[in-house]
Design a protein around this ligand. Structure first.
Ligand code: ATP
Ligand code: MG
Length: 567
């Protein structure tokens, strides 16, 4: 069976699909499949989230169910509506459609409060006056049981009264919490009387000042799943320990549905940090220009850099879903990006570090036009005209006055091909007072129009070029990995240093004096292109008509493909 390219689970196996298929076959949940993607709006989504998004939406699609998008907004201190907007845009960009199923946990504050009172009424929750530090001290460890809170045996009526006072705003933040009454000796730490509600004196991005108390994630999440009729609650492995609590809450509250939690492994990427908390620090400390800086592993950063959504879908599909957390080589993501852009990106001429070339035997006032292929992978993309005149620019790196053995490009006395144009010979070099090369004096072979001489003679290289009078100035931003360490989190922890110590100082190079072919003068922001011989680029949102700015998405060098070939 061939799978659609949006399948994040690919050929490498998917135990989540198997589990859902078994449930459907057995008629569990009435054979229905309802999933949800539940981001907390406390930052922008990153590529790790793409796995969760694609998995949830794809499973729903495959089994004829639906997938909800639910903002898990239970912590007013960290959440903002600008993050809600960014997340909506990113999920839509990935090609996922929640239809009318957009929800907020904050929409359920009232029913959630009701479940809390129900637990109190059943003697399964109590108001605890210990400070958060004392609660931690009572918690015990993996090897030692916890100790009961002195407030654990409070009578039901007193608990109810105190909880209602909490809801009415009678106490200061931190004065009291509501806790489940489960088992202080449980081998599963989240079952040791977890906190269900706390007092927070901060306005919420949607409910404003209506609530002085907020439910904890562990309480709100399973019950929100139940309220929405979620059947398969897919989450990452770190929640495995929380599953007994998930089930306990579903069992003891009078919920309309009984969802079930299944964990899957996190996706991590080398040479970056992934958690929103750390990404936020990069933004706040000014190491990057914002959440959508093209060096960030955020979906908006990748998009700005020029990565097509299809590349992220294909990347996930190729990885599959194995049972363990996975740190993927950045080269693998880049491979998926190249494959996609190779198919779709029009080819264009751009010279990043221009070196002036004067063709001595070409008339001053003449312009030729040569046909250039827009995309050799896509004949339907057609051709365009490239103007050619007496003064050109070529790439500074494509010339050496005194070339070493393996340098096949231009040098004095040597002939190369200008792509789509002609053969060009370097006759002499012009230098300024400091000895720097400022111009090459060259000749062309008029018989070689289009790129080949009638006598079929060979040249060592084919160069890209632009016509100086016709070309348009442009800015180009080159990116390297944001961190030089492969795993900055682990290395910082191991060496007792800050992650920011491992930032790559060369992660951004801005070239202000580039030249691009005239067809790019009014390029639209977001357009993805291949600059011949240089890599894939995309017009940055800072682009204005007449002042193009390009981001390098990836170079053409495919390290991952090379590794694969070596086996
Ligand atoms: P972060 O630490 O980056 O904030 P999070 O898990 O706290 O991550 P949420 O907004 O709560 O972020 O995540 C929404 C969903 O995305 C959750 O179901 C979570 O399990 C999933 N998710 C988050 N990070 C990854 C990842 N690296 N790989 C796969 N799924 C992830
Ligand atoms: Mg989180």
């Amino acid at each position: 069976m061939t799978r659609p390219s949006s399948d994040p689970t690919g050929d490498a196996g998917n135990f989540v699909r198997e589990r859902i298929a078994d449930d459907v076959a057995a008629g569990r949940h009435g054979g229905r499949v309802v999933t949800r993607f539940p981001p907390e709006p406390n930052g922008y989504l990153h590529i790790g989230h793409s796995r969760a998004i694609l998995l949830n939406f794809e499973m729903a699609r495959e089994f004829g169910g639906r997938c909800h998008l639910r903002f898990d907004d239970t912590n007013p201190a960290a959440e903002e509506s600008r993050f809600v907007e960014a997340i909506l845009a990113d999920v839509r960009w990935l090609g996922c459609d929640w239809g009318e199923h957009l929800y907020y946990t904050s929409d359920y504050f009232e029913p959630l409060y009701g479940y809390a009172e129900e637990l109190i009424g059943k003697g399964l929750a109590y108001v605890c006056d210990l400070s958060s530090e004392q609660i931690r001290e009572h918690q015990g460890t993996l090897t030692e049981p916890g100790r009961p809170s002195p407030f654990r045996e409070r009578p039901i009526a007193e608990n109810l009264e105190l909880f209602r006072n909490m809801r009415a705003g009678a106490y200061a933040p931190g004065a009291r919490v509501l806790r489940a009454k489960i088992d202080m000796a449980s081998s599963v730490l989240p079952m040791r009387d977890p906190i269900l509600y706390r007092i927070v004196a901060q306005p919420h991005h949607r409910t404003g000042d209506a609530w002085p108390i907020y439910p904890m994630y562990d309480f709100a999440h399973p019950l929100s799943d139940a309220i929405e009729g979620i059947t398969h609650s897919l989450c990452t492995l770190e929640f495995q320990d929380h599953r007994p609590l998930y089930d306990w809450l579903i069992e003891h509250c009078s919920v309309p549905h009984r969802p079930e939690q299944t964990e899957f492994p996190r996706l991590n990427l080398s040479h970056t940090v992934m958690s929103k908390r750390w990404l936020r620090r990069l933004v706040d400390e000014g190491h990057v220009s914002g959440w959508d800086d093209p060096r960030m592993p955020t979906l908006s950063g990748l998009r700005r850099r020029g990565v097509p959504a299809a590349a992220i879908r294909n990347f996930n599909a190729a990885l599959g879903l194995t049972r363990r957390n996975l740190t993927v080589e950045l080269a693998r993501l880049e491979h998926a990006i190249r494959e996609e852009l190779n198919r779709s990106a029009p080819r264009r001429m751009a010279v990043l570090r221009p070196l002036r070339v004067v063709i001595e035997n070409f008339p001053e006032d003449e312009t030729l036009e040569f046909d250039a292929v827009n995309n050799p992978e896509d004949p339907a993309a057609g051709t365009r005209k490239l103007p050619f005149s007496r003064v050109l620019y070529i790439e500074r790196d494509d010339f050496l006055e005194d070339p070493p053995k393996k340098f096949y490009r231009l040098a004095p006395g040597r002939e190369v091909r200008l792509r789509y144009a002609c053969l060009l010979r370097c006759e002499s070099v012009v230098k300024d007072a400091s000895g720097e090369i400022v111009e090459l004096r060259c000749t062309w072979d008029p018989e070689s129009r289009g790129g080949n001489a009638p006598d079929g003679r060979k040249v060592g290289a084919t160069l890209h070029w632009v016509s100086a009078v016709h070309a348009h100035p442009a800015e180009v931003r080159l990116y390297e990995t944001l961190f030089s360490a492969e795993d900055p989190m682990r290395q910082a922890a191991a060496e007792g240093r800050e992650q920011s110590d491992y930032l790559n100082p060369a992660s951004l190079t801005v070239l202000h004096d580039c030249r691009v072919e005239p067809s790019l003068a009014d390029v639209v922001a977001g357009t993805a292109l291949q600059f011949e011989r240089l890599g894939y680029f995309a017009a940055d949102p800072d682009t204005k008509p007449g002042t193009p700015i390009f981001n390098r998405t990836v170079t053409l060098r495919d390290e991952w493909a090379k590794l694969q070939r070596r086996g």
